[in-house]
Unconditional design. Structure first.
Length: 607
């Protein structure tokens, strides 16, 4: 079983404000430098080899001269004297061939030694680099841990604690705002009552989160598809009279009849229904009795004593005087009877409940929804006025879709909440009509996206155009890519060939011979003739079929979160019109940093 929600945050949060994130910059020490030994001895040897190569031609000519001199002196002068040039020739030959070879071998040996020194030096350098990189990594890790402890998004919420008004936004934005605000207050031990009049299920994420944590929840959807609830459960006749009179008047504000008279009339009717629970179905039957539309045999769920009390409740003259009022009340009660039932709506029971939700069903038509909105609002106000939300912990009442309620009723509701020590949160979809008159009447005000230019103008004027806000860009991207490909191929071939050839060949050769001794003409030769004929027909049919089928499918999913500080700007209407669905501007007279720019996207809480 999930554990109950406990306090996890010190500060109340309605969203998060971007404070920036420090960039990890680590002071680096100079990296080690490889001390490669200089090849000085090798360079000297190479210089000597180059010098020897330059004098090679001279040595060759000198050696040749010495050899010639050796031969001449040895033959002409004295063989012993020929040893001198012979020794010179040998020395020059060594300088030409012997010394370069000695220098080459010395250079090879010196190069190998220098390479060995380089390998030894580089091994030491690599060890120094590993130590340097390890120390740098440790410093960067320590700095990153220090920086990561500072969250770039910090909780932000109103300083004042009595009433908060929220204007603008979308259903998605309200879901995020209620989730952020409700989870924070419930984690701190608060108890919430959410009256959702929007028919958009804006409280669903908060209710689901509270259920996952095992928090005690009471929830009622009116009308409920599973069972027909009775919103009048537990109310006294006087309270039922007030609720129905005020609810019908709120749904039809153009009516001029006195609400006090309507409430008294409904109360008298309810006091006659003593033999069973008061439901809208029984109330409708009661009004039909007053209007003389039912006979005793048609009384339905009414008992005979109840029928007789109702029949004698009004005199004939009083009935005729109040007939129009009775018809109007009967019509409203009849419509409510069609969407309610007799199952008790017990969401107000148990003082230890952390979250109470009263939600208007999305499947109702506007006419019935309008009656139910005002009925639920009046029932909530009566329950609070009788002190049914007393007890320990902070208590918060949230009305989502307060646009449907008239300004005097909201002000009266605000006064009742203040007297009973409850915080009130009003969510208005638009800043117009009665909402404009209420602007500034609370303590803190939040503005979400206001697409209407006139509404954005009024909000910007209230915030103050001299203020400059620092916007922060938060991007969250989630992409999925799926691809599938299939290919088929078929190949067929057919070939045929035919060839015919006819040939005729004739050859004739003659030879004439004339003798030297006898001049006689002689002729010899050959003559051949031939005919050739060939015919060939080749044909072939080749047929092949190849079918290849390939199918590939892939799915890639990526999620990225990015934060970026952007620019400062003055508060203009276009700023409010272009806010993201979950962004808000909070104005709080007790907050020295007001106004603040925040975002209630729940994904920011995990960043």
């Amino acid at each position: 079983m999930a554990e109950p929600m406990v306090a996890t945050r010190e500060a109340e949060q309605w969203g998060w404000e971007y404070r920036g994130q420090e960039v990890v910059v680590v002071e680096q020490q100079d990296p080690p430098v490889p001390a490669v030994p200089a090849p000085s001895a090798l360079a000297t040897l190479e210089t000597k080899r180059a010098a020897a190569a330059r004098v090679n031609p001279v040595l060759v000519w000198a050696m040749a001269a010495a050899v010639v001199a050796t031969g001449v002196i040895g033959v002409v002068v004295n063989p012993w004297l020929a040893l001198v040039p012979a020794i010179v020739a040998v020395g020059l030959g060594w300088l030409r061939w012997g010394r370069p070879e000695v220098l080459r071998r010395a250079a090879v040996k010196e190069h190998q030694r220098w390479l060995a020194d380089c390998v030894t030096t580089m091994a030491g350098f690599e060890r120094d680099v590993e130590v340097w990189q390890q120390e740098l990594g440790e410093r960067e890790k320590a700095k990153a841990l220090q920086v990561s402890a500072v969250r770039p998004w910090v909780p932000v919420g109103p300083v004042t604690k009595e009433r908060v008004d929220l204007y603008g936004g979308t259903a998605a934005g309200w879901r995020a705002a209620l989730l952020a605000m409700g989870s924070s207050l419930m984690s701190a031990g608060g108890r919430l009552v959410v009256l959702d009049l929007t028919q958009d299920a804006v409280v669903e994420p908060l209710r689901r989160m509270a259920g996952e944590y095992g928090a005690p929840i009471r929830s009622a959807v009116v009308p409920d598809e599973g069972r027909a609830l009775n919103p009048l459960t537990g109310l006294s006749p006087e309270e039922i009279g007030v609720v129905i009179a005020e609810g019908l008047r709120g749904a039809e504000p153009e009516q001029n009849e006195s609400r006090g008279v309507d409430a008294a009339l409904v109360q008298q009717v309810v006091e006659c229904l003593v033999d069973g629970p008061v439901t809208f179905t029984r109330l409708h039957l009661a009004f039909q009795v007053l209007l003389r539309q039912l006979t005793p045999d048609q009384r339905g769920e009414l008992t005979r004593p109840e029928y007789m009390k109702l029949a004698d409740l009004l005199s004939e003259s009083a009935r005729r005087t109040a007939e129009a009022r009775l018809f109007r009340l009967a019509a409203g009660v009849q419509r409510l009877a069609a969407v309610t039932g007799d199952a008790p709506m017990d969401a107000w029971d148990d003082e230890e409940v952390s979250l109470r939700v009263f939600e208007l069903s999305a499947r109702e038509s506007e006419l019935s929804a309008s009656l139910l909105r005002h009925l639920l609002f009046q029932i909530t106000m009566v329950r609070i006025q009788r002190g049914q939300l007393s007890g320990r912990g902070e208590r918060i009442v949230v009305i989502a879709g307060a646009d449907a309620v008239a300004r005097p009723e909201l002000e009266r509701f605000d006064g009742i909440c203040r007297r009973n020590g409850l915080r009130l949160v009003l969510l208005f979809a638009h800043l117009r009509d009665g909402a404009v008159e209420l602007l500034g009447g609370g303590d803190a005000v939040l503005f979400m996206r206001l697409g209407n230019a006139k509404e954005a103008e009024q909000a910007a004027t209230f915030i103050g155009r001299q203020h400059r806000l620092v916007a922060s860009q938060f991007t969250y991207s989630h992409g999925t890519n799926t691809s599938t490909s299939t290919s088929d191929s078929t190949t067929r071939g057919n070939s045929a060939s035919t060839s015919d050839s006819v040939g005729l060949q004739t050859s004739d050769s003659r030879q004439a011979t004339f003798g030297l001794l006898f001049s006689r003409r002689h002729r010899s030769g050959s003559k051949t003739a031939g005919e050739q004929y060939s015919s060939s027909t080749t044909g072939g049919t080749s047929w092949s079929e190849a079918i290849s089928s390939s199918e590939s499918s892939g799915s890639t999913e990526s999620t990225s979160v990015g934060y970026q500080r952007t620019y400062e700007y003055s508060m203009e209407p276009t700023v409010l019109q272009g806010l993201s669905p979950t962004a808000f501007v909070m104005v709080d007279p007790l907050d020295p940093a007001s106004p603040r720019l925040g975002d209630c996207d729940p994904r920011l809480g995990a960043s």
